[in-house]
Ligand binder design. Structure first.
Ligand code: F0G
Length: 455
């Protein structure tokens, strides 16, 4: 059969409130044109993030009832640890309440004001946690990864030559090298196994640990299966195991590819770092066998990890993201190609060439999608990345709008509605205004900044 169906039935539903355009004009003004400030109840299709928005399975909900809420040594912790270690065979697995807590603890141990940490592309919280220690975060994705229309199959790959050159001059300042799989800020693009292996070789040559930021590891593994020679017949779980066999540790947001609404972990092989991490953990997250989570959350993660590597799930997941991306491409909307795993990224710079980068074309499109259809996407461009540590502003490498697709939440007719909204917008893109920022915080400004349209 050529129709790839959702490999699940819906057992519990949540109503969507349908707003009118007039209502949305009022609501977005009250939100200072920042989609993060909207009440979720005023959103029809919420593509703000795929993080923490997954629908859990009946087995996961069943597991929630089995949660052992003991303060120390909870049996849920041991089930969680076994499920993680089955895929990611690290020696020390430290639960945290979400990904950025793992990042904060890791950076607190390894980084200081002298440090520089390379990655293919740092996610914003990773970058912020590095910069909060005074260290510098540098991005080294391959050139193809910066070109939205390039069809390279692994646009998340690290530029290995650039990394080697960089380490030759700076190795003593680099405590870890990171690789983000898939590369969220670069368009949800995967990293190939060959690239992970080569990055590890370079790291080994300089005796620097490699840490994977592994939020979307299963989608990355499935792309390896589909696109990389030698992996077509391998089980996804085995591809995952091979990916992690090349790493010395990982940070994880379980809110993505562990199919849960909250959770994360830090895993490390180094015993000294792990001990230090557990000390940090106790200060702000909790005892090492729950780390800021309830026992029931650990149960849900353990079950989610079993479901995420099932091939029928991943086939559906990748096909449904591609369905939206292809429809947009067919109507001439420039999107980052190839279509990534968890999201479709629209190239707002090409779609809205009349809006200069520092008038935020991504924000302009995101606001218009809300006005037209109550759709909430997320700007990933100069609003998110334009502010420099010294306070100046530089255009980001790309001006994207991300439509991130929650796992197992929306059906094909929801996506057809989104496609219809785009059809309505494409004929009048030249009418969309740019934006100016009227208020912003010191860090991570995209979450709370206020905007005004420019006349
Ligand atoms: N790393 C990557 C690649 C991410 O995408 C995220 C979160 C994190 C780390 C931090 O994890 O949210 O659990 O603290 N990304 C979400 C997103 C927020 O919408 O892409 P967290």
């Amino acid at each position: 059969m050529k129709t790839i169906i959702e490999p699940f039935r819906i057992k519990s539903v949540e109503p969507i409130r349908l707003t009118t355009r007039d209502e949305r004009e009022q609501l977005i003004r009250e939100a200072h044109f920042n989609l993060f400030n909207l009440d979720a109840a005023d959103v029809i299709i919420d593509f703000l993030t795929d993080s923490g928005t997954s629908a859990m399975s009946s087995k996961q909900w069943g597991g929630m009832m089995e949660g052992d809420e003991s303060y120390a040594g909870s049996s849920s912790y041991f089930r969680f640890e076994a499920a993680v270690r089955d895929l990611m065979p690290f020696r020390h697995i430290i639960p945290t309440h979400q990904g950025r807590a793992a990042e904060r603890i890791l950076m607190g141990i390894v980084a200081d004001a002298e440090s520089i940490i390379p990655n293919n592309t740092h996610f914003d919280t990773t970058r912020a946690n590095i910069e909060a220690t005074g260290a510098k975060a540098v991005d080294m994705v391959i050139e193809e990864g910066k070109d939205p229309s390039n069809e390279h199959p692994f646009k998340g790959n690290m530029d290995v030559a650039a990394l080697r050159d960089f380490l030759e001059g700076n190795a003593e300042r680099v405590p870890i090298v990171m690789l983000t799989v898939t590369n969220n800020s670069g368009g949800g693009q995967p990293v190939s196994m060959a690239n992970i292996r080569k990055v590890k070789e370079v790291c080994d040559a300089f005796e620097i640990p490699l840490i994977l930021d592994a939020c979307r590891f299963a989608e990355n593994a499935y792309f390896i299966k589909l696109r990389e020679e030698g992996y077509a017949d391998m089980d996804v779980a085995d591809i995952v195991r091979e990916m992690f066999s090349h790493a010395d540790g990982m940070t994880m947001s379980a809110k993505k590819d562990a199919l849960v609404n909250i959770g994360g972990w830090l895993a490390l092989n180094d015993a000294t770092w792990a001990e230090e991490a557990r000390n940090q953990l106790i200060l702000t997250e909790g005892f090492p066998t729950y780390g800021g989570l309830a026992g029931r959350d650990l149960e849900a993660i353990a079950q989610g990890l079993k479901e995420i590597v099932r091939e029928e799930y991943l086939a559906y997941r990748i096909a449904s993201t591609r369905y939206l991306g292809r429809a947009l491409l067919e109507m001439g909307v420039p999107v980052v190609r190839p279509i990534g795993g968890h999201a479709v990224y629209i190239d707002a710079k090409s779609l809205l060439p009349h809006i200069p980068p520092l008038q935020y074309p991504g924000q302009a499109l995101a606001v218009e999608l809300y006005l037209t259809g109550g759709i909430r996407g997320c700007e990933i461009g100069s609003v998110m990345f334009g502010k420099q540590p010294d306070g100046s502003e530089e255009p980001a490498a790309m001006e994207l709008v991300r439509l991130a697709i929650p796992r197992r939440v929306y059906t094909q007719s929801h996506v057809d509605y989104v496609i219809e909204c785009f059809e309505e917008i494409v004929g009048r893109t030249d009418e969309l205004p740019g934006y100016t920022i009227t208020h912003e915080p010191r860090q991570l400004r995209h979450f709370t900044a206020h905007f005004e349209p420019i006349d």
